[in-house]
Design a protein around this ligand. Sequence first.
Ligand code: ADP
Ligand code: ZN
Length: 725
Amino acid sequence: MNRVRIVIFNAALGPLDYRVPQGMQVEPGSVVVAPLGPRQITGIVWEAERLPAAEVPDAKLRPLIGVLPVAPLKAQLRRLVEWTADYYCAPLASVARMVLASGGALKGPATMTEYRLTDHEPDRMTPQRLRAMDALQGEQATIRELSELAGVSDGVLRGLVSQGVLEPVEVDCDRPYPRAQPDFAVPDLNDSQQHAADRFIEAMQKGGFAPFLLDGVTGSGKTEVYFEAISEALAKDRQVLVLLPEIALTEAFLRRFENRFGSSPVVWHSSLKSTERRRAWRAIATPPAKGGAQVVVGARSALFLPYANLGLIVVDEAHEVSFKQDEGVRYNARDVAVMRARFEEIPAILASATPALESLQMAESGIYEKIELASRFGGATMPEISTLDLRETPPERGRWLAPPLVKEMEARLERSEQSLLFLNRRGYAPLTLCRHCGYRFQCPNCSAWLVEHRLSSRLACHHCGYETQPPATCPECGTEDCLVACGPGVERIADEVREIMPQARVALVTSDTLNSPEKAAEFVQLAEERLVDVIVGTQLVTKGFHFPELTLVGVVDADLGLEGGDLRAAERTYQQVAQVAGRAGRGSKPGEVLIQTRHPEAAVIAALAAGDRDAFYDAETEARRHAGAPPFGRWAAIIVSSEDEAEARNAARAIGGTAPHLPDVAVLGPAPAPMSLLRGRYRYRLLINARRSAQVQNVIREWLGALDFPRSVRVSIDIDPYSFV
Ligand code: ADP
Ligand code: ZN
């Protein structure tokens, strides 16, 4: 009898046993199709001894239907999946699903038809045809992609096909990517860069798990240095994964990569087209020596892909909170990356100018090797940072930029240098109200104000995506022309700049304006060619960009991040301001940073102004130690939600009422969440603060496992939470 245990892709069901029919070959890691009721589902063969499952007698087992034509998932990856599910209290199936992230790839090799222009003319030219033929010069893609590119309908293109103007080309869906060359353009490293690169290369040659914290000031050339480690991997035909926190950063990264290695890496993120996704997935599952992917740059989801021969993981801007996923499997890609390196027995490099306290602590305790780059590359100096006390020099009424900041911006404009204004708020204004009756526009699904987006003339909820047109009259009192925008978003700051400095060319950089790789590339090019004088942006502009003529950074409201009950507020403010400050003076001209604040005496702001990083980290470390907060203690959150407020409250109370009494675990709450209504669901939170000695995951599993809730109640567990809303 040949019985196997399968992790099936249904989070509600545990692993199930099946019979392997005669002649079918499976091993742990094989991706298979199995019957489930009347349906067929995908699953992964797992070591039965590692997964408890309901005992089903042999005679009752149903046979597997087939094995999918992909290499079995390696043991290291299966261990990573288990670790992630266990640590983050997530269903194994939900984690495993992230591995098989392309349905198309599982179907095996395939070809598809693409089309390209020939030199035929259509027998009758129409404006649409002309437009299509113009737009499609040099392009080759599927009809659907071409129609998007050209902005014409499929029908127009099919017409051109039938006339021979477009010709079909059969392409291999899995054609290999262009090869990167380790020695394409080798840079001259300075001494400290060379030392860092040598350490990485040594670790790679020696083999084995080796976690590094590459702690280098902004502009020190961290990228250049880890490129040397990538070069070593390329030379050995090992694969490299580079995790970036934002897709918007990939564009600049790709260009630097291409300059260094002669071709682009493979890109992975959630908005890939399904054909790109399958091609990338299959390339990743193939060793480089056999034409597979060499270097993959991606968002956090790239972490769980089935690399055939991974040799190095780099997490760039490793402190970024966007590495924490806050729905589905709530994992932190920075931490899982280190675990993956451990299972694969390879080096991992966490690069940052403002490392997370957790990472610094790991270095302090000798678990990570810390490599420092203390100065900027090529003689560029660190920017001069000072605070601008808004109580002493307030902006004019209805404005947000204080006169001293405006004066500096004008000076930059005169010298043809660039300024950057940072405000971490999308849209025009965070709140709209009626001047007459005080009515405030609120999201119907969330406890949040609607944010005015003037460029697209809508009021939008940033939590659920609800949108509506700003009405002409107040919905409450019916008065006309009575709506006022309260507070600034980046759009409003951009307007203010245009008003004060009409001759300045302003670029607005937010996820609303830089919402595609093309737009991001366009912005980088404009800024590099100095066709932009003032950049106004959200956190999107705080990292990665390197504009040598940018010499002034203005932080519009440094106090913004310090409000609210976020336990990491000070650290995040420090990181954001230090990162955005790091955009100033990266070339030969020195940079200056002005921080607008009402609390220049706050410890974070004072440390930033004094350029005293250690003072900030020391104070914050002490505060965390005192509070038993990470990295000294641990947090976990339990979030209870339901569309019915009473049901959510009752479930939360039931959880609170059965909280374990343990010496090393404290349970706070339940309390209504700060976002007490989110996407139409009422929410309650419990916060667990545990000593490091506590087995907090086991405690939570046992505690919640003993309770039963109606199906309409959702209980999520967030281990090492970043969001407290
Ligand atoms: P970081 O990521 O540490 O902020 P970057 O890697 O972006 O710094 O480097 C800053 C700038 O200095 C980039 O334009 C980079 O190309 C340049 N640079 C750094 N090191 C070197 C080097 N060894 N040779 C040439 N250019 C370098
Ligand atoms: Zn909403």
